[in-house]
Design a protein around this ligand. Structure first.
Ligand SMILES: C[S@@+](CC[C@H](N)C(=O)[O-])C[C@H]1O[C@@H](n2cnc3c(N)ncnc32)[C@H](O)[C@@H]1O
Length: 251
């Protein structure tokens, strides 16, 4: 569970310019935290709201922003291999599966790529700050293929329990934080803020266990190449250089 979401309101404040006050107040209400407090240094994370942009800065001035159009995190992947991408194969693109539930949206690098590859993605994120950054990024993007993305603010375990049998989903995708992950596609300062915000996903096996009870064709878990399986029962692993996709076949 995230260290921050447990007591987020004591660590974060919202900072806004005068022209963005109403949007800023809505996010301050969502985080249950102060807007434009007098002593900014009392808060470790500053969620900045400007007219055309939101981002987070920590007290050490590290910045995290999500902008699907700027491509700073490689959102628009040029020269991809379409249906031959490992992630697409793992999700069963050859069998015609397209409707994916992403249980760990994070910065949405995978979700956006899947959407670019033609998957219809519903995503769940439990970190309030990540959710806020994502929500604004999806609202702002000019990429047509992202307009139909369905984003939910929830813990995936709860989401899975509440929505079983109610959604039209063919495969489930899960990429929990891995504690010993050495390599990351993120630039360093962004990775630090991201990790501080989401913490460890110690409940990942429990989430996977619940996912495996869903009436879907496949459940796919992304793991670092040499990590242990999250749960036994992997049917097939699609192996890349740094990561692999463990596929569980349900039923
Ligand atoms: C390793 S990151 C995922 C990165 C993502 N695949 C991407 O491409 O940007 C893990 C993310 O999943 C979220 N997460 C992990 N377990 C979750 C759960 N049970 N419910 C909701 N979100 C979860 C974390 O908050 C974090 O943002």
């Amino acid at each position: 569970m995230s260290v921050v979401s447990a007591s987020l309101n004591s660590k974060i404040c919202v900072v806004a310019s005068s022209e963005a006050l109403s949007k800023a107040q809505a996010w301050a209400d969502f985080f249950k935290c102060p807007l434009n407090p007098v002593n900014l240094s009392d808060f470790f994370f500053h969620f900045h709201v400007e007219n055309d942009r939101v981002y987070v800065r920590d007290l050490e001035n590290r910045l995290l922003e999500i902008d699907f159009d700027k491509n700073h995190l490689d959102y628009e992947r040029k020269g991809h291999r379409g249906k031959n991408e490992l992630i697409a194969k793992a999700l069963g693109v050859a069998k015609g599966y397209r409707k994916v539930l992403d249980l760990s949206v994070g910065l949405a690098v995978d979700s956006v790529f899947l959407t670019q590859l033609g998957f219809e993605v519903t995503g769940v994120e439990r970190s309030p700050v990540l959710y806020a950054l994502l929500k604004e990024a999806f609202a702002k993007t000019e990429k047509e293929y992202l307009k139909s993305y369905q984003l939910h603010f929830s813990d995936s375990l709860q989401f899975l329990k509440e929505n079983k049998g109610k959604l039209d989903i063919e495969c489930i995708y899960f990429d929990p934080m891995y504690p010993h992950k050495k390599k990351s596609a993120l630039p360093k300062q962004e990775m630090v803020v991201f990790r501080d915000l989401v913490g460890h996903d110690d409940d990942a096996a429990e989430v996977l266990k619940e996912a495996l009870t869903w009436p879907v064709q496949r459940v796919v878990v992304k793991r670092p190449m040499h990590a242990e399986e999250l749960l036994p029962g992997v049917r097939h692993s699609y192996e890349g250089k740094v990561v692999r996709y463990d596929t569980y076949v349900v039923g």
